[in-house]
Design a protein around this ligand. Structure first.
Ligand SMILES: *[C@@H]1O[C@H](CO)[C@@H](O)[C@H](O)[C@H]1NC(C)=O
Length: 245
C-alpha cells in the first residue's frame, strides 16, 4: 500500500482541478452542442497545401443550416462563394437566401463555424470560422459547427496578408471538401480555454489578438452598413478571410 503522504502528492492534479472549479470566476457552465455529422476541408495558400480542417456540425441546434452546408460541401461545390468566387455571390439549397436559424448560440470561442450574411435572413453559401470570441456578432449570425481538428490551419489562413479590402493577397483555396465519417453523435463545448491553448501554441503576443478583434470589427461595421440597403443583391457582401473557389 502506498504511503499516505505519497498518494496525497500523487493526487496534485486533482487538487488543482478542484480548486480551479471552485475558484470564483471560473467558467463552469460551458454550453454544449450536438455534433451530428462532420466535414473536412483541405486548404491551400498560394498553391501550397497547408492542411485539413475537420468541422463538427450542430445538426440538433441548426438542422436547416447544417443540411445546406453539408450539401454544398459534399456535392463538390466547395462551400464559400460558389457563384462568383469573389465574395459577391450567394446560393443555397433553398434558393438564393434562407432565413436565420437559432441565433441563440453566442460567439464565445474560437473555432465556431457560422454563416456570413448581409443582414437578417440572407444566408447563402458564405461562412466564417471564428479565431477568438466575437460577442458583437451574437444574435446576428447562425453558428452551426465547430472546428474539431485543424484550427491551426484556420489561423494560418487568418495570418495571410490581405489587401485594403480584406481580400487575401495570395489565393486561399479550399482544394477539397466532403463528408468525414463518424461513429455516433457526441457533444462539444465552447470551453474558452481553447483560445488560450491556441495563443500559447502559436507563440503569438497578446497584441495579436487585439488586431484580430479590430479586423472583425471592421467586418461587422461593413455588415451593419449593408443592413439598410434595399437591393442587396448587387452589393458586395463582407468578405470572409478565405477566398473560396
Ligand atoms: C448570449 O448573449 C446574450 C447577450 O449577452 C445573452 O443575453 C444570452 O443569454 C446569451 N445566450 C446564451 C445561450 O448564453
Amino acid at each position: 500500500m502506498a504511503h499516505p503522504a505519497k498518494s496525497f502528492v500523487k493526487m496534485w492534479p486533482t487538487w488543482i482541478a478542484l480548486s480551479l472549479l471552485v475558484s470564483p470566476g471560473a467558467k463552469i457552465h460551458a454550453a454544449t452542442f450536438t455534433v451530428t455529422s462532420q466535414v473536412y476541408m483541405d486548404i491551400s495558400i498560394d498553391g501550397e497545401q497547408i492542411g485539413r480542417v475537420i468541422i463538427g456540425l450542430f445538426g440538433a441546434e441548426a438542422p436547416k443550416t447544417v443540411a445546406n452546408f453539408r450539401q454544398l460541401c459534399i456535392e463538390g461545390v466547395d462551400g464559400g462563394d460558389v457563384v462568383s468566387g469573389d465574395g459577391h455571390g450567394a446560393i443555397s439549397i433553398y434558393g438564393q437566401y434562407f432565413e436565420d436559424e437559432n441565433l441563440n448560440i453566442n460567439h464565445t470561442c474560437s473555432g465556431f463555424l457560422a454563416m456570413a450574411n448581409r443582414g437578417p435572413d440572407t444566408n447563402g453559401c458564405q461562412f466564417y470560422i471564428t479565431t477568438m470570441p466575437t460577442p458583437w456578432l451574437d444574435g446576428k449570425h447562425t453558428i452551426f459547427g465547430k472546428v474539431l481538428d485543424g484550427q491551426g490551419v484556420v489561423h494560418k489562413v487568418e495570418q495571410t496578408k490581405t489587401d485594403t479590402d480584406d481580400y487575401p493577397v495570395k489565393p486561399v483555396i479550399i482544394d477539397d471538401c466532403g463528408d468525414h465519417p463518424m461513429g455516433g453523435e457526441f457533444t462539444v463545448s465552447d470551453d474558452p480555454y481553447d483560445l488560450w491553448a491556441w495563443i500559447k501554441a502559436a507563440y503569438l503576443p497578446l497584441g495579436m489578438s487585439f488586431s484580430i478583434l479590430a479586423f472583425f470589427q471592421y467586418i461587422i461595421r461593413k455588415l451593419d452598413s449593408y443592413t439598410n440597403v434595399d437591393d442587396v443583391q448587387d452589393e458586395a457582401v463582407p468578405k470572409v478571410p478565405a477566398k473560396i473557389d
